[in-house]
Design a protein around this ligand. Structure first.
Ligand SMILES: *Cc1c(COP(=O)(O)O)cnc(C)c1O
Length: 239
């Protein structure tokens, strides 16, 4: 077994254990392999083991990687990094999912450019800051419902849920409280959708949990966990 395969099996085992410990069906958890900084060959090797969903943070790097892997049409690309407004066109055209919607203006651009490209609505999550001043990304939990309403009304986007990245801490109780807060935001967004007569059934996604904290995330209801280093190894420092 290769190192990559051993790591892949270990992550799948952690997810399964975490789901069972929480009384959840392991089949309802999706693993997003975060391939940022790793070369196309690393993606290709993991894809050969059956992984289909990959996450990227940097638009230029991702664009080259997606092009290099065009011969694997089953791959699904998720954008999970901060979004600059001059990059929305590439994201709207090249990605299958976006997890990191923080502002309405960015959502509007993505929606328009997605429609202009003639593509189906882009599944998105809004990113919510559950760590207060310790984090500079994501809308506040107070603003999340208004942002979700705005995003939900855009024809080129399909709102699917909430993404959160708590500040790292070894304190599992703190992490669980942060993840629980993200879950409550999703509950509120779903309630708003139902109250406005919309179908809340598609609001099914809680994107949370990474290599170091996937267990508490799964315990609090994560449906997509975004795992990088536990699969691909330590990332080189970014220049
Ligand atoms: C890099 C990154 C991950 C993966 O982090 P690991 O600790 O390597 O698992 C997950 N989500 C986001 C948004 C990231 O930027």
């Amino acid at each position: 077994m290769t190192t990559l395969e051993a790591r892949y099996r270990a992550v799948q085992q952690r997810l399964r254990q975490a789901a069972l410990a929480a009384g959840r069906d392991p089949g309802q958890l999706r693993l997003l392999a975060v391939s940022k900084t790793f070369p196309p060959d690393a993606v290709r090797a993991l894809a050969a083991l059956g992984q289909t969903a990959f996450g990227e943070n940097y638009v230029q790097e991702a664009q080259a990687k997606i092009a290099a892997l065009e011969d694997l049409p089953a791959l699904e690309w998720h954008f999970i990094g901060p979004i600059q407004s001059n990059k929305t066109g590439v994201i709207a055209r090249c990605f299958d999912w976006v997890h990191s919607i923080e502002r309405e203006a960015i959502a509007e651009r993505l929606s328009r450019q997605r429609l202009d490209a003639g593509l189906a609505p882009l599944p998105v999550c809004i990113q919510v800051n559950v760590s207060g001043e310790a984090s500079k990304h994501g809308c506040t939990p107070q603003d999340a419902r208004a942002l979700a309403r705005a995003v939900g009304a855009l024809p080129g986007l399909a709102l699917r849920g909430v993404m959160a990245i708590p500040e790292p801490t070894p304190d599992t109780e703190v992490l669980r409280a942060r993840f629980a807060q993200a879950a409550r935001v999703l509950d509120a967004v779903r309630a708003d959708a139902r109250a406005s007569g919309a179908d809340a059934g598609r609001l099914d996604t809680l994107s949370m949990g990474m290599s170091a904290d996937l267990e508490p995330a799964v315990a609090e209801g994560a449906t997509i966990v975004r795992v990088g280093s536990a699969l691909f190894g330590a990332r080189p420092a970014r220049a």
